[in-house]
Design a protein around this ligand. Structure first.
Ligand code: KG4
Ligand code: ZN
Length: 314
């Protein structure tokens, strides 16, 4: 038997089957990135409509045998509210039809739970950097059912800094992977970008983005084309340094890194001792949601029909 995970919080439509002991049976992700690329970012209404079209085929591929499913786990928030509602409504309908229990999963807990899947199967306690398009947090993880927040971003998330930086450099969306790729051809020492110093364990990335804006504005178009890789490498280095410095400041014995930005090659190289989410599980997927579902509260049929999605964590 297995848990069915469903994820539609942003622009990935995803479904996965995970066993009780964390074995991934199937993990299907259909990215809408191409659809949103021409707008330079995710258009919420376009995302909701696309989830509606993609969810059925994604589910059909992820679940070859419905008799294998004993629980449904679904992202209830945070994320784009219309996008979340598509996944949540589908999950309710499927659970209701099968008289199955349903677990409402917090997307951020889902990212952390990507570490609990086999073969990694990481055991708390550890300090976790969660760096994605919407969040940048340092978490204290004591057990698999949750976490406490030790630090968070005061403005942009790290992934947002990558995406906005890529836009300023005239690269595609989503920007993190593009900057990562281009930076390999550049000199990370070519430009000096500031690393914001904020008190405690919080983060700030908006100043960095503004610094890049000024650098780009100062360059003539042909010069920008020539220096683009150097700018990408230097900018990426500043983001990575900010993240690594905060992890070091947390003084943790055991460190883990999750979320889309955990796919960054320089960040991974800068943290040789850390437990890193496997590359395929860094960006949004449903295996991590099913994994979190193993440790969340299962609501019995039909109590979950009144559950609501939430856009942000208040
Ligand atoms: O976790 P995720 O898929 O979605 C959210 O929950 O937000 O993270 C997406 C973010 C985007 O901002 C994307 O640019 C970034 O992760 N990202 C990367 C890389 N791959 C994805 N950032 C830096 N380097 C990468 N290789
Ligand atoms: Zn995410």
């Amino acid at each position: 038997m297995a848990i069915l995970g469903i994820e539609t919080s942003c622009d990935e439509t995803a479904a996965a089957l995970v066993t009780r002991d964390g074995e991934i049976v199937s993990n299907v992700v259909s990215s809408q990135a191409d659809l949103h690329a021409k707008y330079g970012g995710v258009v919420p209404e376009v995302a909701s409509r696309r989830h509606l079209e993609l969810l059925d085929p994604v589910l059909a591929e992820a679940v070859p045998d419905w008799d294998e499913v004993d629980t449904v786990a679904v992202t209830a928030g945070p994320g784009l509210i219309g996008a979340l509602l598509v996944g949540l409504s589908a999950a309710k309908a499927l659970a209701w039809a099968g008289r199955l229990p349903l677990v409402a999963v917090n997307h951020l807990h889902g990212h952390v739970a990507s570490l609990y899947l086999k073969p990694l199967d990481l055991e708390p306690p550890f300090t976790c950097l969660l760096a994605s398009g919407g969040h940048t947090m340092l978490l204290d993880v004591r057990d698999r059912s949750g976490y406490t927040v030790r630090g968070t971003t005061l403005d942009d998330a790290a992934g947002e800094a990558f995406d906005k930086g890529a836009r300023l450099l005239g690269l595609g969306y989503p920007g993190g992977a593009e900057i990562d790729r281009l930076a390999r051809a550049g000199d990370p020492e070519a430009y000096r970008f500031p690393v914001a110093r904020v008190p405690g364990l919080d983060f700030s990335f908006s100043g960095l983005k503004t610094a890049l804006l000024y650098r780009v504005r100062d360059l003539a178009p042909e010069e920008l084309a020539r220096r683009r890789a150097d700018l990408a490498a230097s900018y990426q280095r500043a983001i990575v340094r900010a993240l690594v410095e905060r992890i070091e400041a947390a003084g943790a014995e055991r460190v883990a890194v999750v979320g889309g930005v955990a796919a960054n090659s320089q960040l991974r190289a800068a943290l040789p001792g850390a437990a890193l989410a496997p590359l395929a599980l860094c960006t949004d997927n449903a295996a991590m949601i099913a994994s979190a579902g193993r440790y969340g509260k299962a609501v019995a049929y039909p109590g979950y029909l009144e559950l609501d999605a939430f856009a942000s964590v208040s």
